[in-house]
Design a protein around this ligand. Sequence first.
Ligand SMILES: [Ca+2]
Ligand SMILES: [Ca+2]
Ligand SMILES: [Ca+2]
Length: 321
Amino acid sequence: MKTKITLLLSLILAFICQGQTIEKFSIDSGGANATAGGIEILYTIGEVNVQELSAGNIQVSEGFINGTMKIKMDAKLFLQGPLLNPVSAGLMNDNLRQNAIIPTTSPYADLATCNASVFSVTGANAIVDWVWVELRAANDNTKRITGKSALLQRDGDVVGLDGVTSLIMNAAPSNYYVVVNHRNHLGAMSAGTIGLNANTASVVDFTNSGFATYGTMAQAILTSGNMALWAGDVNGNNQVRYLGPSNDSATLKTIVLNAPGNASGSNYFPYATYNLGDINLNGVVRYLGPGNDKGILKNIILNHPANPSSNYFPISQQIPN
Ligand SMILES: [Ca+2]
Ligand SMILES: [Ca+2]
Ligand SMILES: [Ca+2]
């Protein structure tokens, strides 16, 4: 009898334990949350593991979130492509925006989204395209701490998803190497670490010739004396190449020949779209014919300060792997 009662009590206890739900609680010293453009949620679920998840315009950071796990940055960069033939001196052309072909979803890994209304701004603060910004560890410049899509204004300002405000990234205030990149330009990294914090946006100006970048000739020198990311990486292999192995001309040709609407398979077909083959970001991918991107690519290669005058000269991205 005693055994039976013990067994019954054990069963009841087991049942109660199974039915018990874990109380939801949060360990959060800062309660940091913020909204920028899309929706951003920060919360803790008491895990030691910290990770970030993104789906659409919702970004979730889980784990122990500290209120100061944010940094603010006023990065600045120029893209060589839209500055090769600028309509307004010192301002990148914004044909992609004018042609209404910039997607509201970022072309980069985080698939960040913005409201289409950010593309209605005109003038110096009009949006040129999406760019990618990343922070790397001070003790290991190959180690990415975090990366994020951002928007680029004509005057070079790298801004958040609202197209206006300073870029905010989820990282502890500290010193980082800063990397900037663009889908068909070569990225660049700061030569040294830069102190970043949550309250004051540090200026990280890649357009300034006095700003040291990692490696050798990481950026193009503009006639204005400013610096710009090298244009022409159509095939995304971190090298700009006109002729020779894995050159970008061949990829450009393939894009044009396979363009929807190019039924006759003409090398002269102007492919009006948002595409890696559009080296000068004028809204048209063109292999041959007026203002073609192939000729632009050739000029970029031939004008490189280190190129004696070879069509085979490769320009390599100066970011450590
Ligand atoms: Ca601006
Ligand atoms: Ca390439
Ligand atoms: Ca073009």
